[in-house]
Ligand binder design. Structure first.
Ligand code: FRU
Length: 491
């Protein structure tokens, strides 16, 4: 019975077990924002995840609030995710929550914006200082064609965030180190948003009518700035040269349609982040600190880059369709499996019920046999044994009686001593076997012998009566008639 149960469970495990690796690891992704650059990062992650069905990701967005991001990280810790990916809003503000996750034993990958200290497992992000240098190089290349100092407006990202700080620093250092005329750079804060950038740039242009170039810390703000230029008095569409950062699709399109002049790539590499996560989870070696390269994109390379992005997007969509199809196929297979498992469970259950019933009824049959049939059997057995004994006794009795028919001492006492039984036992047993008392039985045997002698010898009635110990010939004749129904006659 135990074996049957174990084998049923093993079978169920084998039939359902194949799907256990699917979605085995739960990854928490904490994104500080939900802009186009991060959507690109998310898409890259999704694409890579197609190759890693063992991982499933759940994403939370902090919408630019470090406080909300800390709370979201804490909820991931409480849910005991297997790995955490954090793209911090402001590194130092989010750091305590990152440390809590790391100390709780959850591997943490920091993406894009750095967190100081060592409480993280891996970092993957762009080189923001280098981005700042590229911004400066572009400004300096324009400056080199001018006699007066250029008036440059820097539209910075969220203060305190590493990209805003380092891009600013990289640009300032490079300009300070450059020879020749130094451009004049003013800074406004666009906090990464197009609308904020539009507002601060439009404000600035209202009071400054000689801005030559705008460097925005991302493409979105660069486009916002371009719109502000277009709408500002004294300026007009294309009257200020504009550079963005990120080089995402909307930035490349803005370059191609002349809204902005150039951008610096700021790779998001969601694919690399997922690959690193896979390595960490499967305890394979991984690179702890990855700094991604950045290059300047102008109109000459914007088009091929855009085509490449679109092709990749198309591939992703195709892959996604294939994945959906295979998922639905897989779903069908899974349903098929569930049906098989249910059938097996049903059949096993039935089987167990039948077995249980058999066990039960076997028990009750046993009880019945013990209660009713066995005693009867014993009685029958006893009766058989008894009759065996009786037959043997009857034969011995007949033998002894027949051997001593002519002996006048043949009586109950004689039989008692010959058969080693008491008088009472002789009476009881002879009566039980022959149906008559011992003396009647002896007389009957004598009469049978007398009849035989009368028929087979020349002996007279008197001789036979004497021979067989009858007290007188008259008594013999009386007994003979009683037994045979007629008087004796000699030959
Ligand atoms: C998006 C973004 C990008 C920028 C990056 C830096 O949130 O502002 O545009 O390059 O973050 O972390």
């Amino acid at each position: 019975m135990r074996n049957i149960i174990i084998s049923t469970f093993v079978l169920l495990f084998v039939l359902t077990g194949c799907s256990t690796r699917q979605g085995q690891y739960r990854i928490g992704l904490s994104q500080c924002l939900d802009d186009a650059w991060r959507q690109k990062m998310n898409d890259e992650m999704e694409r890579e995840l197609l190759l890693h069905p063992e991982m499933r990701i759940s994403r939370r967005i902090a919408y630019g609030s470090s406080e909300l991001q800390c709370a979201q990280i804490d909820s991931f810790i409480a849910e005991r995710v297997d790995l955490l990916i954090v793209s911090p809003n402001v590194g130092e503000e989010v750091k305590p929550a990152v440390t809590r996750a790391y100390s709780a034993g959850i591997p943490v990958i920091i993406a894009d914006r750095r967190v100081s200290g060592e409480d993280w497992t891996a970092f993957i992000g762009g080189d923001n200082y280098r981005v700042g240098q590229l911004m400066a190089d572009w400004v300096l290349s324009i400056q080199s064609t001018q006699k007066q100092a250029l008036h440059v407006l820097e539209v910075a990202g969220l203060p305190g965030s590493t990209p805003a700080t380092l891009r600013h620093q990289g640009m300032a250092d490079r300009i300070a180190q450059s020879g020749g005329i130094h451009p004049e750079v003013a800074s406004v804060m666009g906090a990464w948003y197009k609308e904020d950038a539009y507002r601060v740039v439009a404000d600035y242009l209202r009071s400054h009518k000689d801005v030559d170039a705008i460097v925005a810390h991302n493409d979105l703000m660069a486009i916002g700035a371009a719109e502000a230029v277009r709408d500002s008095k004294g300026y007009g569409k294309g009257s200020v040269r504009i550079m963005g950062v990120d080089g995402i699709t909307l930035g490349l399109e803005a370059i191609l349609d002349g809204t902005i002049e150039c951008s610096a790539t700021y790779p998001s590499r969601g694919d690399m982040i997922i690959e690193t996560a896979a390595h960490i989870l499967s305890r394979e070696p991984f690179v702890r600190d990855t700094i991604l390269e950045t290059i300047l994109i102008d109109a000459s390379i914007a088009n091929p880059m855009l085509m490449q992005y679109r092709a990749r997007m198309h591939d992703f969509e195709t892959l996604h369709i294939v994945q959906l199809q295979s998922e639905s196929r897989w779903q069908q297979i899974r349903y098929g499996r569930i049906v098989i498992v249910l059938i097996i469970v049903g059949v096993s259950f039935l089987f167990l019920i039948i077995l249980a019933f058999l066990f039960y009824s076997q028990g009750s049959i046993k009880k019945e046999i013990k209660r009713d049939i066995l005693p009867q059997l014993e009685e029958v057995q006893e009766a058989i044994q008894l009759s065996h004994r009786d037959v043997a006794f009857g034969e011995r009795l007949k033998q002894i009686v027949d051997d001593h028919l002519t002996d006048p001492k043949l009586n109950v006492e004689f039989l008692g001593s010959a058969l080693a039984l008491s008088r009472t036992q002789i009476f009881r047993r002879v009566k039980a076997i022959t149906g008559k008392g011992p003396l009647d039985y002896i007389r009957e045997r004598r009469l049978v012998r007398a009849d035989e002698l009368l028929r087979t010898t020349d002996m007279t009635i008197q001789q036979v009566a004497l021979e067989l110990c009858f007290s007188s010939p008259g008594y013999f004749s009386k007994c003979y008639k009683e037994y045979f129904g007629h008087l004796p006659s000699a030959r």
